[in-house]
Design a protein. Structure first.
Length: 333
């Protein structure tokens, strides 16, 4: 090869190296912290630990990942922590709808735009649950019993105050005229245990938070707060699958609500850093363990990223503002 050809080949190789994905790729250089702005045992915590476990099992990341629960102030502790970590690509957060409800209800200085959207992992369902020892077989049965008992006699257990569970409870009250005493707990796991122990009369827990108690014959699902039935047909108990649970609307209770399970990074991170986690989470979603989690927890498997994800979050913020204004849950309202 003559000198000019050798130079041209070298220049071409240099350009290729500089522009190739491998040359531009970013990846973590130390342990990644996955923040859960909720207590242990709840849906967000279970999903975060599932993601961590899948990444470790399949060696999807060179560095390790640790899950850290920061539930103080209805998740404000976690959100403010990640907001304060601007530009740090080694910290990510799994969000639920307290992404909207916490700042609206508490006035804490945080907005989802302080973070960088990475990926919607799924949407979580809410189910109206009662203790299996009770006579209620439908949402209509239970609502009628609550109305007959009188205002505040029936106790509804839920995660947090002025959060998703209480928003749904208020929506039920507004649609039916029933009045509940709402009792807040730290996480969905605790809420399910309280219903098993008959300390409350009902809950609107996520499927994954109550499924073990349903399978064990302790709890009974009455309806799902989704416009359509869940698609999972494999039997959870000896008699019922998730798809056998009617929608609340089918039973005359016209309330629906789905909750975000999504990943964000701090503000001020680069596109390469966002792309790294987006690709990592895609790989997580392709594993059999993830598919099993989706079925076990009866998740709605909608998944978004980029502008579509950001647009969805923006619309949900507006919807929560309207819901919480109606419920008089806005800070200072």
């Amino acid at each position: 090869m003559n000198r000019s050809l050798a130079f041209a080949a070298g220049a071409a190789l240099a350009v290729l190296s500089a522009t190739s994905p491998l040359a531009r790729a970013w990846e973590p250089t130390k342990t990644v912290e996955l923040v859960v702005p909720a207590g242990t045992g709840g849906g967000a915590d279970q999903m975060a630990r599932a993601i961590q476990g899948i990444i470790a099992k399949h060696n999807l990341m060179k560095q390790s990942m640790v899950v850290v629960n920061k539930s103080g102030g209805a998740g404000a502790e976690g959100f403010l922590d990640v907001k304060g970590a601007k530009g740090d690509p080694h910290k990510i957060i799994i969000t639920l709808s307290n992404l909207f409800t916490t700042p609206l209800a508490t006035g804490v200085p945080f907005n989802w735009r302080d973070l960088t959207p990475v990926k919607m992992m799924a949407l979580d369902q809410f189910v109206l649950w009662v203790n299996a020892d009770t006579p209620y077989k439908s949402a209509k049965d239970y609502v009628e019993a609550a109305k007959k008992a009188g205002a505040g006699k029936m106790k509804m257990g839920g995660t947090g105050s002025r959060q998703e569970d209480q928003i749904i409870t208020v929506a039920i009250e507004q649609k039916t005229g029933a009045k509940f005493t709402y009792i807040p707990y730290k996480g969905g796991g605790d809420v399910a245990v309280q219903l098993v122990g008959k300390h409350v009369d009902s809950t609107v827990n996520n499927p994954i938070e109550a499924v073990a108690h349903w399978r064990g014959g302790k709890l009974r699902p009455l309806c799902v707060f989704d416009p359509k039935r869940m698609p999972y047909k494999e039997k959870v108990t000896d008699k019922q699958s998730w798809s056998d649970i009617p929608t609340c609307k089918e039973q005359g209770l016209d309330v629906d609500y789905l909750m975000l399970r999504g990943i964000f990074m701090p503000g001020g991170v680069s596109q390469d850093q966002v792309a790294y986690y987006s690709d990592l989470l895609k790989k997580v979603q392709q594993t059999p363990e993830w598919r099993q989690l989706m079925e076990q927890g009866a998740f709605n498997t909608t998944s978004l990223e980029g502008k579509e994800y950001a647009d969805w979050v923006s619309r949900e913020e507006a919807r929560h503002l309207a819901l919480m204004k109606t419920a008089k849950f806005i800070h200072g309202q």
